[in-house]
Every structure is written in structure tokens, then in C-alpha cells.
Design a protein around this ligand. Structure first.
Ligand code: SF4
Length: 582
């Protein structure tokens, strides 16, 4: 693999100076003198661990500082905290970065003249907390352009500054909107030169590499921003703390990888990542690679989902003998495609963590997905209308439930004593709502008019489809558990863990086997039920593979899981044809 390292990667001037101040203090230490840093010196766990070994203690409790040296980190602190440190009897070693100190001075000068200060940054970041301290109580923090519209319109004297490590493009957008709202505002782009160069180089690199690896602390604001810049370029982006966070098989997909790093990432960590990537053998672009890529693109485009949903009414026909029309198949396919595409938007954080390649694909095709999904919703509703008013209303309710899945259904002011605000906040909601929706759109809605005379057969088909889609959904959740866990998504596996979920899948497969045999033997369905039994074995095999090799061959496993529903659908087509179906 070819690895290109950004020339701007690694410590910035401010971080280098802060480390020098601290290391010098260690050298000059007398006896068992303790040296503290007020908060973490930099956002890098490995460097902090190294400093701790040298006897540097991170502390926020002022009572501990009496008679000791305290390093103020590069991010700076509010003036009140400096006062408190002095009152506590600390000897201050000021390592505030000069560029941050300059912003302090700008805010202080304007605050004295009655200006409101608007800071573009992260409200909980140490640097921003420090900047706010200089605004004399007249400071506000925003980080999205639309927040400008919520600022009071009657402010006459307004200053706009940025956290020194802000995303430049975001700042520019905010600036444009800000000047429209406050034409007389003072705007000071305080993003530091080091941040500017780093982001510009990442943007430039993205055009010549297959993927970007951004190295730095998961809590480091400037590293997060670098990863954001790379993702905006629609390129697979991996934010890692060390090489241990990278997966060799996954990285083997790429021929050329670019590396950049946050301002607090030491060179030795960057070097380790480079060495690791240089040992990765890029997969030859042979047949296997091409097949994998095609499987990947089909999964990214929700093609398996649409095809599986389209074929399920055929399975229902094979089980019950009731005829499924092409329109039924189309309605199910369009609905499933649209709702899963919507889910991509809702799950984007988890997708980014589970599969950056997929996240980059969706970022690149976002507007196409939005339009095609809107078209698919319209098409499914039109086909439902053709089936009758009840089918149309049923599908409309399903669509509305899907769309409102992540929207608060209980107003925040009523929610003091309620933990559930959105449907997605209901524990395991995703795991069970998907199979219910699929069974409704492939069994209930297409065959509504037969409900009177074939109620039990349809109830049976609903149950079988529900169980099949339930196992499929849980297996896919098992593949995605890492990302889901980090973003707190409510799936069964996140709630109860992988072991209990595996037992639940095995129990469901036993139930499916019993239901298939009992249905055919008891006359509730045709003997097609027996032909579905191999699906149970394939799902059991998929479960074993998911647990052993998760994340290694994600697109292949996903295809194997989806292949079960599609395979059953194809068999049902042949069965229906053989018994004189469509
Ligand atoms: S990123 Fe810029 S402002 Fe922040 S510490 Fe480094 S040099 Fe200073």
C-alpha cells in the first residue's frame, strides 16, 4: 500500500510550547515537588499517560494547588479561574498558546466597549470556556449557521470570533449569515494558521488518495474537525488514536492512503500508523475484489433490501395459495427501499463508525438518495391506492411511523418524568419494528381483501415473515454492534449483549422450524413451508460467522444474510410457477 503523510501532521506550535513548559518544569523540580496541570494538558491519552509517568498530575481541585506549580494548558482558562489559582497559592506556569491569548485580548477589548461576543466553537471545549470568560457575561457560543437566526436582532455592537481550531468552511458559512443579520458587526477570523494549513492540506490530499486516516484523540476538537473535513470530501475516513484501531483486512481495500494528524498527536504515534499501513498488502484487483465491490455497491444502494421485500409477497403466495400481484411486490420494494434509505440518514453516526467506506458512499450520493427515496415513497403510495383505500391508509400510517421514528413524539416540556421522547428511544425498537413493518407491507396490506376468508393462513404467513425478518435484522445488528453501541442506538444486541442475543436468535430459529413444520402438517400452509427449512440452517451458519468474524468481511456477510430472504423468494417464484401461479 502506498502511504502519503501530510506535511502538517503532528504537534502544532502551541502544543509544542506547552509540552516544553511542562518538561522544563519537570527538569527543574526540587525534591518531591508535585507539578499539576489544570485540566488535561492536551487531548491525547498516550502523551498524558507518558507525562503521568514523569509525575505530572492533572487536577481541577483548587485546594490541592497551595504551594505547588500549576501549568495552564495551551487552550487557556477564564480570568476567574486564574484568580482562583492565585488565591489558592499556586505558582502559575502559563502555557496558554499565544494565538489563543490573542483571541482573549480581542474579546476583552470589545467587551470593555459593550460588545456582545459570538464564538463559533464547541460550548464544552476548554478553549471556548476560556474565551467566554473574557466576554464579561456578554458571550454566546454557536456552531451551526442556522443558530445565527436565533440570536437577538436588537444587538448593536457585535463581535464574531472562532475557536482557533474550527472548521474553516463552517466558519465562513456562519460569517456570511452573521453579516446579513448584523451588517455593522466586527468579524475576526481567529482560526489559527496551523489549523488552516492542516485542513487545507487534508482537502488537497483527498483528491489523490483512496482513503484518509486521521490520527489523534477521540476527544480532540481539532482532530475531529480534520476527520470532518476529509468526510466532506466524500472519502472513506478513519479517525484512530493508534494503529490498533485499524483493521488490516479493511485497509487492504485501498491502494493509496493519506495520513494526517491532530495538533496534539506525537510523531511516534503517527509513525506507528504509517508503519502499520505500509505492511498492509493491497488486495489484488482480481475477480474476488471485483465481486466484493459489486456486492458492496448493491448493499450500499439498498438493492438487497428492495429485492427481498419485493419477493416476500411471492413467499406469501406460495404459503397460502393467495395470488400476489406485481403491484404488491412493487409496493413492498419501494416502501422497504425508502424506509431503509431514511434510516441511513438517521444512523449516519453509527454507519461512520462501522463502515467509513459506506458512509463516504452515502455522503457522495446523499441528494440522489433523498430524491430517489422520496420518489419511492410516492410510488409505493400510488401502488397502494390501486389496491384500495384501506391498503393506502395502512401504508400511509406505516410511512408516517417510519418518518417519525427519530422525531420527538412527546414535547420536551412534558418529558420531565418520561425517558421516552422518540419511537427510536424505546428499548429494542429498531430490532422489532423492522420485522413488524416488513410483515405488514408484504402480508397484511397486499392481502387485506382476503382477510375475511383466509384469516388463519394470513396470520400464519405474517408470523413466518415476521420471524424470518426478525432473524435477518438481528444478524445485521450483530455486524453493526460496535458503532451502534457508541451512538447508543436501541437494538437488542446493544441492550442485552452478544451472548444473550445469540441465544435469542437460536430460540427464534427453533421457533421458526417448529412453525414451518407445524404449519404444513396442520394445513395452515402449503408444503412450501418444508422448502423453507434450509433457511434456518443458513441463518444458523450466518450467526456463527457473524460472531467469529465481525467487521472483517462486512459486505460479504451482509450479502449472505440478505441472500436468505432473496433465495426463499426465488424458490417461491418457481413454486408458484409450478403450481400454476403468475
Ligand atoms: S491549534 Fe493553533 S491556537 Fe491551538 S494550540 Fe495549536 S497553534 Fe495554538
Amino acid at each position: 500500500m502506498k502511504v502519503i503523510v501530510a506535511t502538517t501532521a503532528g504537534f502544532c506550535r502551541g502544543v509544542r510550547d506547552a509540552l516544553e513548559v511542562t518538561l522544563e518544569a519537570i527538569q527543574k523540580r526540587t525534591g518531591d515537588e508535585t507539578i499539576y496541570t489544570y485540566g488535561p494538558l492536551i487531548h491525547n491519552r498516550q502523551v498524558l499517560a507518558m507525562l503521568e509517568e514523569k509525575g505530572i498530575r492533572e487536577e481541577n481541585d483548587f485546594s490541592k494547588f497551595a504551594g505547588n506549580k500549576v501549568v495552564i494548558r495551551a487552550h487557556g482558562i477564564p480570568p476567574e479561574d486564574r484568580q482562583k489559582l492565585l488565591q489558592a497559592g499556586a505558582t502559575i506556569l502559563n502555557a496558554t498558546c499565544k494565538r489563543v491569548a490573542r483571541v482573549h485580548a480581542v474579546i476583552k477589548r470589545h467587551a470593555r466597549n459593550g460588545y456582545h461576543t459570538v464564538i463559533v466553537g464547541d460550548a464544552d471545549h476548554a478553549e471556548v470556556i476560556g474565551l467566554l470568560g473574557y466576554a464579561d457575561g456578554l458571550g454566546t457560543v454557536i456552531n451551526r449557521p442556522e443558530q445565527v437566526d436565533n440570536l437577538p436582532a436588537d444587538w448593536n455592537k457585535v463581535l464574531l470570533v472562532a475557536q482557533t481550531t474550527q472548521n474553516e468552511e463552517v466558519f465562513e458559512k456562519i460569517c456570511e449569515r452573521f453579516l446579513k443579520r448584523y451588517p455593522g458587526a466586527v468579524v475576526n477570523n481567529t482560526i489559527c494558521g496551523s489549523t488552516h494549513e492542516r485542513q487545507a492540506e487534508v482537502r488537497q490530499m483527498c483528491s489523490s488518495v483512496d482513503a484518509m486516516v486521521i490520527v489523534g484523540g477521540h476527544h480532540s476538537g481539532n482532530t475531529l474537525r480534520l476527520a470532518e473535513v476529509a468526510r466532506e470530501c466524500s472519502i472513506p475516513t478513519y479517525h484512530v488514536e493508534t494503529e490498533a484501531d485499524l483493521n488490516q483486512n479493511e485497509m487492504a481495500r485501498y491502494s493509496v492512503v493519506g495520513i494526517s494528524a491532530g495538533a496534539s498527536t506525537p510523531n511516534w504515534i503517527i509513525r506507528n500508523v504509517v508503519q502499520f499501513l505500509e505492511t498492509v498488502q493491497t488486495q489484488p484487483s482480481g475477480l474476488r475484489h471485483k465481486v466484493k465491490r459489486i456486492l458492496e455497491l448493491l448493499a450500499f444502494g439498498n438493492c438487497y433490501i428492495a429485492l427481498g421485500a419485493a419477493l416476500l409477497p411471492m413467499v406469501v403466495q406460495a404459503l397460502t395459495g393467495l395470488e400476489a400481484s406485481l403491484s404488491n411486490c412493487g409496493m413492498a420494494a419501494f416502501y422497504a427501499f425508502a424506509m431503509h434509505s431514511l434510516n441511513i440518514y438517521l444512523d449516519r453516526n453509527a454507519i461512520q463508525m462501522n463502515d467509513p467506506g459506506r458512509a463516504a458512499f452515502y455522503h457522495q450520493w446523499r441528494s440522489a438518495f433523498t430524491w430517489v427515496s422520496a420518489g419511492a415513497v410516492g410510488a409505493s403510495l400510488l401502488l397502494a391506492m390501486d389496491e384500495g383505500v384501506l391498503t393506502f391508509l395502512g401504508l400511509l400510517i406505516l410511512v408516517l411511523l417510519g418518518v417519525s421514528y427519530a422525531v420527538p413524539v412527546i414535547l420536551p416540556q412534558w418529558s420531565d418524568n418520561l425517558s421516552v421522547l422518540k419511537i427510536k428511544d424505546i428499548p429494542t425498537s429498531k430490532t422489532f419494528s423492522v420485522p413488524v413493518a416488513w410483515a405488514t407491507v408484504t402480508v397484511l396490506l397486499p392481502f387485506l381483501s382476503h382477510l375475511g376468508q383466509s384469516f388463519l393462513s394470513l396470520l400464519y404467513a405474517f408470523w413466518i415473515v415476521f420471524l424470518i425478518v426478525l432473524v435477518r435484522t438481528i444478524l445485521l445488528d450483530l455486524l453493526a454492534v460496535h458503532g451502534d453501541r457508541l451512538v447508543g442506538k436501541e437494538t437488542l444486541v446493544v441492550l442485552v449483549g452478544e451472548k444473550k442475543t445469540s441465544l435469542f436468535v437460536i430460540g427464534t430459529l427453533v421457533l421458526l422450524t417448529v412453525s414451518l413444520v407445524a404449519g404444513a402438517a396442520g394445513g395452515l400452509s402449503s408444503s412450501f413451508s418444508y422448502l423453507m427449512l434450509p433457511a434456518v440452517l443458513i441463518y444458523a451458519w450466518d450467526l456463527g460467522k457473524c460472531l467469529q468474524s465481525r467487521l472483517k468481511e462486512y459486505p460479504i456477510f451482509e450479502a449472505l444474510i440478505e441472500a436468505v430472504v432473496i433465495g426463499m423468494g426465488v424458490m417461491a417464484l418457481m413454486w408458484n410457477y409450478a403450481v400454476g401461479g403468475p
